[in-house]
Ligand binder design. Structure first.
Ligand SMILES: Cc1ncc(COP(=O)(O)O)c(C=O)c1O
Length: 330
């Protein structure tokens, strides 16, 4: 075990779960939640902050502001506490209570935007609030995870190579899309080093990232109401959209086998299974997808029966967790 002097030095990079015993497919899950930020966002936050510190934009005494549905906020709260700068996280009501409290425990100032923008949803409202904070105080620094190059570069340097090294015969890489930092970093790495590997993006219905119509979404992590500036669709071979009810079913099915993981893991696994059923029904393709965080942050939502019943209806609980609404978008 390593001895560390800063929390961001520890990150489990080499843990993969074989999902064949659960889903009967050659599908592997790269688990990213085992670090002090509790999610894959540690990687992007570390890179973005290091680049800003190196450029002299950020340092002790600065106050960082960021819009986050949760995990980036936690990662930046942790880094800010350790590196000696202030942090304001602008979020919305979908950010769960445990995540909000974790940020506050690190000393962050959490602002919850309660009214969505009429056309650009909560994200549009959050970004407007961030711009107002920056305009009001020149010491406030916004690194903007939706545009910062460090966001995808972190995954180009770490996540992509870790998958490629462990799976020399990989056929399909399936990545959930939020800011698209993970997707873009991994897709660029594989395009350059393993161009034979298909890159499949997974998004939620109701997200506008790949041009779909905006609609209600309840689970943070994947999907956007404003198209992310980092996205280059030419690096993506296919896009799969997943209904949130299937996200819930898949998360609960994983938990029933002892893997308690976050919402976007259910979306990514659902999307991977849908793509494999449609494009590689022979079962011979090897696929990898990513579990961006663990399940504790979702105890009040995905893993709460009343919340699931109220949000998606009884059938999501009643069918034993079998996804049945998966649809390949293209
Ligand atoms: C739980 C979870 N899943 C998935 C993602 C998506 O990652 P990215 O922003 O790199 O697209 C995030 C990012 O916020 C996340 O917090």
């Amino acid at each position: 075990m390593p001895v560390i002097t800063a929390p961001h030095e520890f990150d489990v990079q080499d843990l993969f779960v074989d999902l064949h015993p659960i889903f009967g497919r050659r599908l592997y899950l790269k688990v990213e939640g085992f670090n002090f930020a509790g999610s894959i966002k540690l990687k992007a936050a570390r890179e973005i902050v290091a680049q800003a510190e190196a450029a002299g934009v950020l340092g002790p005494g600065s106050t960082l502001v960021e819009s986050s549905s949760g995990n980036m906020g936690v990662a930046l709260s942790m880094l800010a506490a350790n590196r000696g700068f202030g942090f304001v996280c602008v979020t919305d009501p979908r950010c769960n209570v445990a995540t909000r409290r974790t940020m506050q425990a690190f000393g962050a100032d959490v602002r919850v935007v309660t009214e969505p923008h009429p056309t650009e949803g909560y994200l549009g409202a959050r970004l407007r609030y961030v711009r107002e904070l920056c305009a009001a105080d020149e010491k406030v620094v916004w690194l903007n995870q939706y545009e910062a190059q460090g966001n995808w570069m972190a995954h180009y340097r770490t996540t992509g190579p870790a998958i490629a090294d462990r799976f020399p015969h990989l056929d399909v890489l399936v990545i959930g899309a939020g800011t698209t930092g993970t997707l873009m970093g991994c897709a660029r790495y594989f395009r350059e080093h393993r161009p034979d590997v298909r890159v499949v993006a997974v998004d939620s219905f109701g997200s506008v990232t790949f041009g779909g119509a905006a609609g209600p979404r309840h689970i943070p992590g994947l999907g956007t109401s404003v198209r992310p500036g980092l996205l280059d669709e030419s690096l993506v071979d296919h896009v799969v959209h997943v209904a949130e009810a299937d996200t819930v079913r898949t998360c609960r099915r994983l938990a029933a086998h002892g893997y308690h993981l976050g919402g976007s893991t259910g979306t990514a696994v659902s999307g991977a299974l849908a793509w494999l059923s449609e494009h590689r029904p022979d079962g011979r393709a090897t696929a990898v997808t990513i579990a961006p965080d663990l399940g504790e942050r979702y105890l009040d939502t995905l893993y709460d029966d009343s919340w699931v019943r109220d949000t998606f209806g009884d059938s999501t609980l009643a069918d034993g967790g079998e996804p049945d609404e998966r649809r390949a978008a293209r």
